[in-house]
Write a protein that binds this ligand. Structure first.
Ligand code: C2O
Ligand code: CU
Ligand code: CU
Length: 496
């Protein structure tokens, strides 16, 4: 049986054949005339992997010449009444991704990796967001258990100049969440240009485990981009042309570390990429995933995260004190160089043998099948879930609050010429993966998830309990955001 790495490699290898075929289909007379007049059609620029694989001549990146920044932690403007009140302006700014080049970006508060919000479980936060862009925007808290009117619904937009206060109850366990734009059909464009940041929920149970904390608890947002020679973003090109790989907004940076344990919160914020992360064979300890800590730490040499997923690892640099640099690789590509200081330091952190038990699975009363696919006969192609593109006025799935359900998420791109993979993401809840491709889940499916990789022609079976105080309109979609922008998204209503 294939392991996930092999499946991913297979997907990539097979994808090499994709463009030539899709181009020849596009050349069929009349093919584009069949495109329906949906607003997705207006966003041909989001075509991504359907675009020709011709890279613009971008900047030459000399790796490891800039230090990886840690995104600044946002300070509340008020803590009155036990609520942390934050303010964020969404505004354009020129940022330096590649040394010496200015990249015009969209930012949260001027920071290309938005400021990190560190929330505490049980203590609500509000974020007053003001749109200083010339395009609409909104904010979605990915992984957050929030009311529908704070979920960043695609049609719930802040026009230029508008302000909206988002309410985040933080009534959930400690986890690495993130916030990003979710404007209807523009989410891919907006996230690509920089509308992404970390939202970390902390709680006492986690604090008492004595995992590395403070300066040794480092969020790392990984993503890629295609830049032109002047440094500007090129949006809409083939994902394989996005050869500028960033960690916290800097192309292939170095990061000085002490010879001790670090907790890294790895987030894949790329529009469409699967990072396969490792230290070149050396051991890391995986401790968490989308919804927080695993029941127990798992020694690994590699973690794979597709767009939207998180993985938390502890790396102990003690053995490398004063030794040559350590690289974090994506596949064979070194993306971060860790420079390990020579002097030994005291390290009171630890990785306990047990971390956090998962909630009980519950008894499912509903089972459904959801399909994800691309209609490649149209130009631009249309993304489908259950055979239809997203329509905000149509409820596709209605669930009962409190119910436990099994969802079989099926990648229905059955045409071998288009072996697309799709990371499936559900708003509002975390789920557990209970099966994959007809068999048991893979080891890396363990834990609480809100985004899960569904390989070419693959199936993921997941179980979720809608244990939430909220009812209303939510979403489920492909987290390759070009696919969701093309319609691969459905409306999920939570009924009382
Ligand atoms: Cu991170 Cu609806 O998305
Ligand atoms: Cu989300
Ligand atoms: Cu997809």
């Amino acid at each position: 049986m294939f392991n996930r790495r092999q499946l991913l490699a297979l997907g990539t290898a097979a994808a090499t054949g994709v463009v030539a075929t899709s181009l020849s289909k596009a050349a069929t007379p009349g093919a584009s005339a069949a495109a329906p007049a949906t607003d997705h059609a207006a966003h041909l620029a989001a075509a991504g992997e359907f675009a020709p694989r011709t890279a613009t001549s971008g900047p030459v990146v000399t790796p490891f010449t800039q230090c990886m920044p840690v995104p600044p932690v946002l300070v509340p403007t008020s803590t009155a009444g036990g609520v942390d009140a934050y303010t964020i302006e969404v505004r354009p700014a020129d940022v330096e991704i590649v040394p010496g080049l200015q990249t015009p970006a969209y930012t949260y508060a001027g920071h290309f990796t938005g400021p990190t919000i560190r929330a505490r479980a049980g203590r609500p936060a509000t974020v007053a967001v003001t749109n200083r862009l010339t395009t609409p925007t909104n904010v979605h808290l990915h992984g957050g258990h929030v009311a529908p009117d704070s979920d960043g619904h695609p049609m719930d937009q802040l026009v230029p100049g508008a302000t909206k206060v988002y309410e985040y109850p933080n009534a959930q366990r400690a986890a690495t969440l993130w916030y990003h734009d979710h404007t209807h059909a523009l989410e891919a464009d907006h996230v690509y240009r920089g509308l992404h940041g970390f939202y970390l929920i902390e709680d006492p149970a986690e604090r008492h485990l004595d995992l590395p904390s403070g300066d040794f608890d480092v969020p790392i947002m990984l993503r890629n981009a295609e830049l032109d020679a002047a440094g500007a973003f090129v949006f809409g090109g083939h994902p394989d042309n996005r050869t500028v790989i960033m960690a916290n907004g800097k192309a292939q940076p170095y990061f000085p570390v002490a010879p001790r344990r670090y907790r890294f919160r790895l987030l894949n914020a790329a529009l469409k990429h699967v990072f396969v992360l490792g230290l070149g064979g050396a051991e890391m300890t995986k401790i968490g995933t989308d919804g927080g800590l695993l029941p127990a730490p798992v020694p690994v040499t590699e973690v794979a995260i597709s767009s939207g997923e998180r993985a938390e690892v502890v790396i102990d640099f003690a053995a490398w004190a004063g030794q040559g640099p350590v690289y974090l690789y994506d596949g064979a590509n070194p993306i971060i160089r860790f420079d390990v200081a020579p002097r030994r330091v005291a390290d009171r952190s630890r990785v306990p043998r047990t971390l956090r038990s998962l909630p009980a699975l519950g008894t499912p009363t509903v089972e459904r099948t959801l399909t994800m696919s691309m209609d490649m006969t149209l130009r631009p192609p249309i993304g489908l879930m259950n055979g239809r593109p997203y329509d905000p006025v149509r409820a596709d799935v209605s669930v009962r609050r409190g119910a436990t359900e099994i969802w079989n998420v099926v990648n229905e791109d059955l045409d071998p010429a288009f072996p697309f993979d799709h990371p499936f993401h559900m708003h509002l809840m975390q789920f557990q993966v209970i099966g994959r491709d007809g068999g048991p889940p893979l080891p890396e499916d363990a834990g609480l998830k809100d985004t899960v990789y569904v390989g070419p022609r693959g199936t993921v079976r997941l179980q979720v309990t809608f244990d939430t105080p909220f009812t209303g309109e939510y979403l489920a979609h492909c987290h390759f955001l070009e696919h969701s922008a093309l319609g691969m998204m459905l409306r999920m209503d939570v009924l009382p």
